[in-house]
Design a protein around this ligand. Sequence first.
Ligand code: NIG
Ligand code: FE
Length: 429
Amino acid sequence: MTPGRPGPAVSAPAPDTADQATKDAMSNATTVSPAHSASTASTLITNIASLVTNDPSLGDGSPLGLIQDAAIAIEGDRVVWTGDQSKAPATDNRVDAGGRGVIPGFVDSHSHLVFAGDRTQEFNARMSGRPYSAGGIRTTVAATRAASDGELAANLTRYLHEALRQGTTTFETKSGYGLTVEDEARALRIAAAHTDEVTYLGAHIVSPDFADDPASYVALVTGEMLDACAPYARWIDVFCEKGAFDGDQARAILTAGKAKGLHPRVHANQLSYGPGVQLAVELDAASADHCTHLTDADVDALASGRTVATLLPGAEFSTRAEWPDARRLLDAGATVALSTDCNPGSSFTSSVPFCVALAVRDMGMTPDEAVWSATAGGAAALRRDDIGRLTPGARADLLLLDAPSHVHLAYRPGVPLVSGVWRRGVREV
Ligand code: NIG
Ligand code: FE
């Protein structure tokens, strides 16, 4: 799958194209030539106690495709072989995993990282009993508008490094703290320098400049602002919630974005029951995010469509809210992703491992399910099939854990267990 849209120059490599080598690699072959022939030396990571491949045709046959006593070979930016270490191919270099676990890099499919300032006082007030509301976003809008491009870029880079150290190898991020044509477009331009997964969220809240005239703000978001932002973005999002945008407004915004070639994702059913989830499924959104307040019909819709339910437990943790019921969604057959929602208001964490631990402890997920959702689930929420798995042809994004298996991510909450990070075949941590 080609994940990105043609757009402005970005410093990251262009989205991977599904050239023939990659397509071959994604078939059943167990050893393939690297997709990018200009590649460098091959490396074998061996002595892996437990390897999560996310390919159920491998290893124990579970969704995690768990292989014990495994090895993985990478060449260039791709995985070229995974399997039993006794059958590993010869490579130029070897890395001894020392009997530890290896998993795919985390795919954080929902974050809001282009912002300035923080909301410490709001958090303090919440922990004294004040409820969270969408209105707090205005504080960050004011700080973000006042910041220079350099300050916003430096802030983004800081949180990206923080996330990388904790194992995030792919991330999506959004605008939504500018809410003017210029401020939304610059947020997306800054984000696009770091990721192909950029989301236009001019419809985060009604801009304070249009407080008395929300219809005119929707017209701006679907008109001039969309035109300015679409070249930098792959996705369009809307906060469909009381105090933000209702179902009709959300439909108009997402439909306008689709007409400009952006694909929908929706902040849905976070603070209350509402139309967001059903609208997301109806419009074939890649993801309905939050999904905290769901009717049976919402669950059925998610289970029957291909819209992923992205759960963001950092938000419920940081707002002392009711947990989303992952078990109910999984039992109904929905695809579930786990992400951080990293933002200065409702969820100021960049840690996917923290979210995995919360999801297991409080949302009814098993450790296997949570790790799948934070890797393959995130990839599904971004409609990507080149990441979130460790099989021949996939991108060589992987984590060496300071633990014998992925289960320890939930079993040892708060412990920095990510001890090595390879991204596109290069060790970065
Ligand atoms: O996903 N729900 C809407 N947006 C963010 C919160 C943004 C903020 O509070 O600044 C969220 O939780
Ligand atoms: Fe969000």
